[in-house]
Design a protein around this ligand. Sequence first.
Ligand code: PBG
Length: 341
Amino acid sequence: MANTSSQHALGDAHYPATHRRLRANAHIRELAASVTLDYRDFIQPLFVDESLSERKESSGMPGIFSETLESVIASVGNDIAAGVRKFLLFPVPSGKSHHPHGADFDFAALVVAAVKRRFGADVWLACDLCLCSYTEHGHCGILSADGARLLNNETVYTLAEYALRLAEAGADCIAPSDMSDGRIHAIRTVLDANNFDHVAVMSYASKFASAFYGPFRDVCKSAPSATVQLQGRTTYQLSPFNLSDALASAERDITDGADIIMVKPAVPYLDIVTRLSERILAPLAVYHVSGEYAAIELLAREGLIERRAGHLELWTSFKRAGASIVISYAAREARGWIQSL
Ligand code: PBG
C-alpha cells in the first residue's frame, strides 16, 4: 500500500536542534548577539521657542516639550540625571522674515550660550542649522524674487554667518539640515578662519523629502508655505527613488569637511545606512524623526504595542544597519530601558 498521509511519509525522520541552542536562554543570547545598545550613543533633540512664556507639550509628539530659555536649563539638568549628555538643539525664533540675517540669530545664540554657561563640558551641544523656522515661507533658505527656487549661494552665505554665531556662543557642533549644495565647505571654512577648528560639523547629508516630518514642523513652525510656487521640499531634499544621490551627497560632504554623516528619516532608509557604513569611515548618525517617534507613541497610547519594546526594537535595527549614533526623541529613556534589557 502506498503511503498517502504526509505524517506517515515522514516515518521516523529526526529533526535535530541546530540554531535554537543559541536562543535557549538570556546568557547565550547575550553571547551570540552581534550588536549591543549603549545609551551613550544617543542624542536628545531639544526645542526652545522664543515666543513661549511657559514650556508647552507638543500636540503631535506626546511627552516632547517646547522649552523656554529658562525651562530648558531645568530640562537639560533632568536629562543629565537620566544619563543624557548629547543634545541637538532646535531654536525657534519668535519673528520671521523674507531674508533672515544677523540679529535674527540672536535668540539661537542666547540659548546656546545659556546652556553652555550652565553645563559647560558636561554636555555636548549640537545646534541644528537651517532657515526654515526663520523664513515667512518656511523653506530652508533664501527664495528668488519670483518664489520659484531657493537661491543656493545666498542661502549658503547666510548659513555660514549663522554657524559662526553659534560657534561663538559655544556650540560644540553645527548640524546643517538645509540641504543646500556646498554648505559644509563654506561652514568649515568660516569656522576654521575664526579659530573654531575644534567645532564639529554633523551633516544631514542623506536627508530625504519625507512625509514623516509633520509633528516637527508644527513644533518649529517651519512647514513650507503652499502659497509659494516652490511646493514641498522636493527641489532640495533627496528623492526616495534616488539611491546614488544619497550616497554621493554623503561622500561629497565628507570631502567638504563633515565629521559626522546623518541619514534621516531612519526606518525607511536603513538600506542607505548600511551602504554608507560600508563605504565611509565617518561615524554615521541616524535620526528617528518626529513622525516615526509619534507613530510608536500613538500605537502605545492605543494599547497596541508596548512603548519601550517598540523603541528598543527600532534602535536595535539602527545599530544592525550600521549606525553608531542614534538621534531619538526618546533618548532620555535610553539608559533606563537598555539597563532593563
Ligand atoms: C529643518 C529640519 C527638519 C527636521 C530637522 N531639521 C524638517 C524639515 O526638513 O522639514 C525634521 C526632524 C523631525 O521630523 O524630527 N530643515
